[in-house]
Design a protein around this ligand. Sequence first.
Ligand code: KMH
Ligand code: ZN
Length: 280
Amino acid sequence: MTTKSPVIITAAICGAEVFKTDSPYVPYTADELAQEAAACVESGASIIHLHVRKEDGTPSQDRDLFDKAIKAIRSRVGPVAIIQVSTGGAVGMGVEERCQPLELKPDMATLTTGTVNFGNDVFLNDQASIEAILSKIQANNVTPEIEVFDTGMVDTSLRMVRKGLLSTPLHYDFVMGVPGGMGASPERLDFVRSLIPEDCTWTVAGIGRHELPLAQKAIADGGHVRVGLEDNIYIRKGELAEGSSALVREVVQYAQQAGRPVASPSEARKLLGLPPKAQA
Ligand code: KMH
Ligand code: ZN
C-alpha cells in the first residue's frame, strides 16, 4: 500500500448496537439494507460489512435473514461488490449462532482474534472460539478480515500464522475507540499498524467522533477506511448522517483531496486477493 494507491472504502451499514431510536437512518429489513448498500456502493464503497436484524431491530445472526439480505443487496449492486458478513454478531451470542451466515459462502467474514470489554459487556473470543470460527470460515472458502479491538489481537493473529492456522497476506481492521478496547488516536494507529507484516493490508474503523479524523489519517498514510452507522451516526457534531452513504461520500472527498483514487469493487477484489467477478 502506498499513499497514492486506491483506497478501499468499507461501509458498515447496520451493526448490532445502534437502533432507529438512535438514528432513523439505521436499516433493519432486507429492503432497507439493500437500499443502503446500493447507496454506499454508488457513493464509492466496495465492501459492505453486514449485520442483520429482526423486524423489530433485534440483532440476529439468523441464516435466513442473512440470505434474504444478501439476495436483496445483490439484486441492487450486482455480483462484484464485496459482501463481508459479521461473525461477531452481538455480544452474548454463541459461536454456532454467530457462524450461521458463513454457510451462505459470502466473499468475506470478520474474525476477531481476542476477547475485549465492550462497554459494560464482554465480547468473548477465547482461543477455542477464534479457531472454531476460523475453521468454519475456511471450510466455506471465505476470506477473513482480522478485527482488532486491542493490540494483543494482532499478536494472536501472528501466533496463529506461526502455527499455520492463518496465512499472510491478511487484511486487518483496526477498530479504535470501543470503550474497553484500544483508544482512538493517531499515535495508536501508527503503533498498531507497525505490528502487522509488510505484505498485509489494513483499514481503520474509528468509533463515534473518531471515525472521520481517523479515516482522513488512514488515507494520508496509505491505509483503507471503514465508515458507517455501525460505528458512528454523525456526519458533524450534533448532525446525524443521513445514512452510511453520506459518510462514504465524505471519505471520497478526503481521498480526492489527498490525491488517492477510490478503489472500485473489482480493484478492491484484486487488492485483497479475492476472486475476480464480472458485472452481470
Ligand atoms: N457487534 C460487536 C460485538 C464484527 O462484526 O465481527 C462485534 C462486531 C464485530 O460488530
Ligand atoms: Zn460488525
